[in-house]
Design a protein around this ligand. Structure first.
Ligand SMILES: O=C(O)CCC(=O)C(=O)O
Ligand SMILES: [Fe+2]
Length: 318
């Protein structure tokens, strides 16, 4: 067989197939992420990066640099395609609820919810919140909003309601409350705490509000960046109800810090990503319940991200 010139443009069949694959890679990635989620993307990414190995004939350093750039590009592409895929899927229809509920207290009503958000939803919310963070305001009655780090030091991101994933989580939250109309919900607020950040004890309801907050969910999106003890989990950052006086079985210690030494008392729910606490702010007669006095305890290590889902008694003006 005649020798091929060194700069031959004729590729062996497998390499031509490979070029074709690369042309269609973005479509394949999008389809894989819709069909198999992030696992499909991980497999595809490893196929793509393994193909850029020794057969390119480039020096090893160049190959490594190219592979690093490519995998960074792919990480961006894959997180975008995963987000697009989730958005498309949720726009078509909201997924069935996957959560599990346990009544923690009936007076005040406090319900613990496991798996309120899926890992994909969490990843999505963390991404959409990223460009929207501002210093968390402290509400004074209906009229917002001042910043007071002594009372509340954290960053908040108010999420737009036109996003299909956000919309499905809103729908989940009103369905949870007896299929209440969506217009009773305030915009979802993601809130991010770094080390020492906190929200001092407060009520989510305000006396005399013409359209009071009847209930609150606090959902945990992240508790990470910790260095000691419990893997990479953050430390501190419990949601504490200092005036809670009831007893509870030891099985609750999966969710509650049963060795809480903050000195604040009551009950301290640990930030466990995906899980949520729901509580009713008002007595049935509409007055505020004093038992739902609560705090976001200071984060001691790492970061905590949560989300407020607040429901009003009456529809809100849009
Ligand atoms: O950070 C927490 O655990 C609770 C936050 C909270 O109560 C609020 O944002 O109103
Ligand atoms: Fe609160």
């Amino acid at each position: 067989m005649a020798p091929q010139p060194a700069d031959s443009k004729i590729s062996p069949p497998s390499s031509r197939l490979w070029s074709l694959f690369r042309v269609f890679a973005p479509t394949i990635i999008a389809l894989a992420s819709i069909r198999w989620g992030s696992q499909g993307l991980v497999i595809l990414e490893s196929v793509l990066s393994s193909r850029n190995g020794p057969s390119t004939g480039l020096p090893a350093g160049t190959i490594q640099a190219q592979m690093a750039t490519k995998s960074a590009d792919l990480a961006v592409v894959s997180s975008m395609t995963t987000m697009d895929a989730l958005r498309t899927r949720y726009a078509a229809s909201c997924p069935d609820h996957q959560f599990r509920t346990s009544i923690f207290s009936s007076d005040p009503v406090i319900i613990y919810i496991e798996n309120y958000l899926s890992p994909q939803e969490i990843e999505y919310l963390l991404q959409v919140a990223t460009p929207l963070y501002q210093k968390s305001p402290v509400s004074q009655g209906k009229r917002l909003k001042t910043y007071n780090a002594e009372i509340r030091s954290s960053m908040s991101a108010v999420l737009g309601t036109s996003d299909p994933v956000v919309r499905c989580i809103e729908q989940r939250s009103v369905d949870f409350q007896g299929f209440m109309p969506l217009r009773h919900l305030e915009d979802l607020q993601v809130v991010k705490y770094g080390i020492s950040d906190h929200f001092r004890p407060h009520f989510d309801w305000f006396g005399g509000d013409a359209n009071p907050r009847i209930s609150s969910f606090f959902v945990y999106l992240a508790c990470d960046g910790g260095r000691t003890g419990d893997g990479e989990m953050c430390k501190g950052g419990a949601t504490q109800f200092p005036d809670y006086r009831g007893r509870f079985p030891a099985r609750w210690c999966r969710f509650i810090d049963c060795h809480d030494d903050s000195g604040v008392g009551g009950v301290a729910f640990r930030p466990i990503p995906g899980n949520a606490i729901f509580w009713a702010n008002l007595y049935p007669n509409g007055t505020g319940h004093p038992g739902v006095w609560h705090a976001g305890m200071p984060v001691r290590e790492g970061r905590k991200v949560g989300m407020n889902i607040l429901t009003r008694r009456d529809v809100l003006d849009s």
